[in-house]
Design a binder for this molecule. Sequence first.
Ligand SMILES: [Zn+2]
Length: 310
Amino acid sequence: MSSKLSSDSVLYLASGVAIAAIIAATHFSIENKDKKNNIASLQTERSELIQKNNNLSAELAAASSSIAELSDKLQTTKEDLDDLADNFHDEKNKNDEFEDQIRGLADTLGDLDKLAKIDEELLSKYSKVYFLNENYTPSKVEKIPSKYILDGKDEQYFHTDASEYLEDMFKAAARDDIDLKVVSAYRSFYEQTDLKGQYTQVYGSGANAFSADQGYSEHQLGTTLDLTVDSVGGPYTIFKDTEAYNWLLKNAYKYGFILSYPEGNSFYVYEPWHWRFVGTNLARHINRNDESFYEMDQRDINEYLLELFD
Ligand SMILES: [Zn+2]
């Protein structure tokens, strides 16, 4: 009985254990299945996250690349702008230079135009080998007021452009009680030839002392005159002893007049009465440096051509 019971008990026990085991196993299997499901779901999520992460990384990389490209473009644009600014300044400088050049050219053209209109004979040195052509005439002459002409002399004419200076000199002399008189001013080539003929007849071979071969060209210019005072009465060397002559030595240059053949000059006989208009600037230069017109270089003289009537 005991063994049967025992055998049954064992059977029950075994069944029980088996059931328990099945239950446990079933339970475990369910639980395990849930876990597996969870893990799968997590894995899916993880994959999705990884995928998303990869996508974001790719987007980030693309964005970075775009930014880098934009940055390059920006840099290039900035350089282009700098270049443009440089070019602009270069162009502006060129333009300024060009304007300066045009202004300079206009000045030069103005000077050239002025120079072209000025008769360069008016500052030429004359000699026995270089003298004016017989057909030369001054551009314009006008009558010297008769009150300035020595009694008994004909009407006298002077270069129109220099007449104002002559008049100013006569007025200034008069204010100092110097009564200057004109013996002779503009002479044409033919008048000069006649005059020389007369002198030759009267004074014979000494005529050159009175009527200069060299001086006649200066009279033909219209800017030269022979001066005297009533007490002397003509173009004579004693004019050098007058107050009038001293006054001229001190003042004539202020009005543009110089003595063509001063005392002691090596070019021609001393002619204290013979005065030539050379413009105030050249006359001032000659006075200041105690030079004589004929001792100057022609090229240096010509520097004053432009301002002859200024
Ligand atoms: Zn003279």
